[in-house]
Design a protein. Structure first.
Ligand code: SF4
Length: 420
């Protein structure tokens, strides 16, 4: 990570302040009577910015923060003691466990009590069930966005189906909150997010440089504002600072792994409890995981490397309906393979780390086939490791590093063969 070599960067400091301020703002506004929405991270938060007195919280993001701050396993245990299976996604177990004792150990003092829950079906069905638990326990209405899976280019009828649901969501918000949706405010929020996405891409493109200007861990850490403050000027400002600073570092020759010998790709959600440790240990092996489809997919459609241009159209609702399936989970195998293949070629990837995630079955279920197909098509080595993105109890550090070392040896062996 660039901060490991540089002390806290300008963007790093800005990120910490931004996140603290965001949680303070959420709690303050909620205490003063704002309408509180808990939404899935893919739900377009910009819609909520179209209302005068409404705040948006993402339980998935709060769970990731708990995991990154080292309290994920303890929250999972609390949920398990209530009878929830360890096989359920750790995000859900952390959230349920946290709520069970009034969020005593939450690094953000939990989330304010919601007036509405908004989930969606495209990432996983577990999320809908998880929000349904809150719906029953807190007696809060639950709006479910039904988003068709994505096996190729989005069909017009699917786009219209999503658009109609967005309009229903706006009507529901107006009815429940007693507030009027302000289109201009919403358009402004969409423009902030579109600008942030362009700078995000500029930041990620620093991985094209050799050595890479970033590690995947930098991009995992820097995702947080997208989940917390989408549709705000603070979001746009933050990603401009990040992209400018990272490009400047590349121009000055400042790199997180200056002796980068192995350029790797990570496939799955971030292992939140391991970011700093893993980035340090890999850097010591001259290895850099430079990218992940998980972070590269933001703002893109159907696994494309390039962003969907926001300027192409005038209607932000259309744009958000179009990118509803930007994340990896709702994409079919062919799209995933082509997205990964483009990254391998663009970034000159030497090997792939498939992280089979105990929590996120929907991300992991295809990985063995993906691994085989990537190996057949690109001839690069890969490994499959066992992780859990948020439950540290299911992570065995040493067995993961044995496989990582084996991957680097395979890359060396391939290079030696090629040079004879
Ligand atoms: S199972 Fe995967 S997609 Fe579903 S909530 Fe957990 S991390 Fe998200």
């Amino acid at each position: 990570m660039i901060e490991e070599i540089n002390g806290k960067t300008k963007a790093g400091k800005h990120l910490s302040e931004l996140l603290v301020n965001a949680y303070v703002d959420i709690h303050t506004k909620a205490a003063k009577g704002a309408f509180v929405v808990w939404g899935a991270i893919i739900v377009p938060a910009e819609i909520f910015r179209g209302f005068e007195n409404m705040v948006f919280c993402a339980p998935e993001s709060h769970s990731a923060t708990c995991a990154a701050k080292g309290v994920g396993g303890a929250q999972c245990l609390k949920a398990e003691s209530l009878g929830y299976s360890t096989d359920l996604c750790a995000y859900a177990r952390i959230d349920i466990g946290c709520l069970s004792d009034g969020c005593k150990e939450s690094p953000t003092m939990g989330l304010p009590k919601p007036h509405l829950l908004v989930s969606n079906t495209n990432n996983c069905s577990l999320l809908v069930k998880w929000f349904d638990i809150h719906h029953r326990n807190m007696n809060i209405p639950h709006f479910i966005l039904d988003v068709p899976f994505c096996y190729g280019q989005q069909r017009e009828k699917d786009l219209q189906y999503i658009l109609n649901q967005f309009k229903d969501l706006i009507d529901t918000l107006e009815k429940l909150s007693g507030q009027k949706f302000n289109k201009d405010k919403f358009y402004e929020a969409a423009a902030y997010s579109a600008s942030a996405v362009m700078d995000w891409k500029r930041f990620l493109k620093c991985a094209e440089h050799r050595p890479s200007g970033i590690t995947v861990f930098d991009s995992f850490v820097q995702m947080a504002p997208f989940l917390l403050v989408r549709g705000t000027p603070e979001l746009a400002e933050h990603y401009k600072i990040l992209a400018d600073e990272t490009e400047e570092n590349v121009n000055k020759g400042i790199f997180p792994v200056p002796d980068e010998k192995y350029r790797l790709l990570w496939d799955n959600i971030a292992p939140w409890h391991q970011l700093r440790k893993m980035s340090k240990r890999l850097a010591g092996m001259s290895a850099n995981i430079v990218a992940a489809p998980y972070t590269l997919c933001i703002g893109a459609v159907e696994g494309s490397y390039d962003l969907l241009s926001f300027e192409q159209n005038d209607d932000p609702l259309w744009y958000f309906a179009r990118i509803q399936n930007h994340s990896v989970c709702p994409q079919g195998m062919d799209l995933r393979i082509s997205a990964m293949g483009t990254i391998i070629e663009k970034l000159g990837i030497d090997g792939v780390v498939f992280a089979s995630n105990r929590s996120c079955k929907v991300f992991s279920v295809m990985q063995m086939d993906e691994q085989r197909r990537i190996s057949e098509k690109y001839g690069i080595p890969s490994i499959m490791i066992d992780v859990d993105h948020a439950d540290v109890r299911k992570f065995s550090e040493e067995s993961v590093y044995i496989r990582l070392e084996a991957l680097l040896e395979s890359i060396d062996a391939g290079r030696a063969r090629a040079s004879t």
